[in-house]
Write a protein that binds this ligand. Structure first.
Ligand SMILES: Cc1cc2nc3c(=O)[nH]c(=O)nc-3n(C[C@H](O)[C@H](O)[C@H](O)COP(=O)(O)OP(=O)(O)OC[C@H]3O[C@@H](n4cnc5c(N)ncnc54)[C@H](O)[C@@H]3O)c2cc1C
Length: 408
């Protein structure tokens, strides 16, 4: 039998090491940051200390190859690291494996020229720079990148770009952006209209108009006005018309990386649910002894288990060079929804306490809400999943190939 769900010893060792790092280094640093939330110098000092400790303990840049200073982990191994790291707020950042930089590093590794890698990827890997990814626009549906209006016109020695973007995570403080803009007026297929560019920040013509206030506050998701922005020709990333391809290649593994972090969050919420249920007494017994509460715990436990299996299988497919589009799509949809349900049940079991900001649940709930539409809305994933199922059935008489292509 080739199926073996145990991790190799070195990965299991690494998982435990990451867990201990989060408990011993990141959690105390977070407590210090929270106790001094008005003093930014404490935040800066603690972030530097966490990152220095990650370097010293050999936990820096887990997702990148060793020649770029990383740990060279595959996606299955990354699942265990990311799920542990995401049990804390600053964990992924401490390891330099945070969104959107993680996805941008993969993108640059695969699409950038050697010169672009030296200029943009190297400082990102070394933790000396931060980046953002600018695709979504306020005036057209982000779910359909063929509608992108930001356009780039080729001039003698540069591209001239005009447009409007929003919800660009990490734009404030980023040293560069990967920007998607329309370059082709008459593409062979609608998906080949866009190209990608690397934009130095600051640049004349790139203006952060505001940090958009969301239901969970301001988290550096910015609105950007792009006016007569000049981008040197050598800063095109990939070829003309390859923006969509690059976006898709980036989003596949990046979606799964989100799922890995969501698993960490979901497990935290379920742990809190059980902890509360074991301590709260009502109507003659502890909450944990009541069947209605046990059903919630059981549902959350099963959904966490399903989430882990789906993520591990999709990661296995990426690591082994198989087509992973369906599995990542199904995992992204399932884990995003499971996360929201698991956090919601946790809030229910906590009662008023769960609605307060005395536990992390309220913050987790508002953060989790975007998981259902960002990086591919639920309905778009469902549409794609259904199309693949119909195609598989039409071609082979069975949906099996689209349902994970498992030997069952
Ligand atoms: C916290 C956060 C961070 C983000 N970070 C970034 C970032 O760094 N860079 C970036 O470029 N973008 C970012 N985004 C934007 C995100 O990628 C978009 O929100 C997403 O692509 C959806 O686009 P939209 O918001 O325009 O929604 P729309 O495309 O307008 O979709 C709205 C709704 O319409 C429905 N819908 C759409 N298409 C279909 C369909 N075919 N069938 C049925 N229903 C459909 C879905 O219910 C969907 O939720 C971020 C968003 C959030 C909330």
């Amino acid at each position: 039998m080739a199926i073996d769900f145990s991790f190799p010893e070195e990965i299991e060792h690494l998982r435990v090491k990451v867990r201990e790092f989060m408990e011993q280094v990141v959690r105390p640093a977070e407590e210090e940051i929270d106790a001094n939330e008005d003093d930014r110098s404490v935040l800066v000092k603690q972030v530097i200390a966490m990152r220095k400790a990650a370097h010293e303990q050999g936990l820096w840049l887990p997702h990148m190859p060793t020649e770029w200073g990383g740990m060279g982990l595959g996606h299955v191994a990354m699942a265990s690291v990311s799920a542990e790291a995401a049990k804390t707020r600053f964990g992924p950042f401490a390891l330099n494996a945070q969104a959107p930089d993680e996805g941008n590093m993969h993108t640059l590794l695969h699409w950038a020229t050697d010169a672009q890698k030296q200029k943009y990827l190297k400082p990102l890997c070394e933790g000396r720079a931060r980046s953002c990814f600018a695709m979504t626009e306020p005036d057209v549906a982000g779910s359909d990148p063929t509608l992108i209006q930001t356009h780039a016109v080729e001039m003698d020695d540069h591209w001239l770009i005009n447009g409007h973007k929003w919800f660009i995570s990490g734009a404030n403080g980023a040293q560069f952006a990967i920007l998607i803009a329309r370059t082709e007026d008459d593409p062979e297929i609608p998906q080949a209209a866009n190209s990608a560019f690397i934009v130095d920040i600051p640049s004349e013509g790139w203006t952060v108009e505001r940090d958009i206030q969301t239901m969970s506050g301001g988290h550096n998701h910015c609105e950007i006005r792009i006016t007569d922005l000049k981008v040197p020709k050598e800063n095109m990333l990939g070829g003309p018309g390859q923006g969509h391809l690059l976006g898709q290649a980036r989003l596949g593994p990046a979606r799964l990386a989100h799922c890995m972090r969501w698993i960490g969050q979901a497990e935290t919420a379920l742990n809190l649910t059980i902890d509360r249920a074991m301590k709260r007494f009502a109507h003659g017994s502890m909450l944990a002894e009541k069947q209605g509460i046990q059903w919630m715990i059981a549902d959350s436990t099963m959904e966490l288990y399903q989430s882990k299996l789906m993520v591990l299988h999709a990661a296995y497919k990426i690591d082994n060079g198989h087509d992973f589009k369906s599995e990542v799509s199904m995992a992204k949809h399932f884990v995003a929804n499971a996360l929201n349900r698991i956090i919601d049940r946790a809030i229910q079991v906590h009662g008023a306490l769960g609605y307060s900001t005395d536990t992390p649940l309220a913050q987790m709930a508002t953060q989790a809400r975007w998981a259902r539409f960002a990086d591919g809305a639920d309905e778009v994933h469902q549409w794609r999943i259904a199309m693949r199922s119909i195609e598989a059935y039409s071609k082979t008489g069975s949906v099996s190939g689209a349902a994970g292509d498992l030997p069952l």
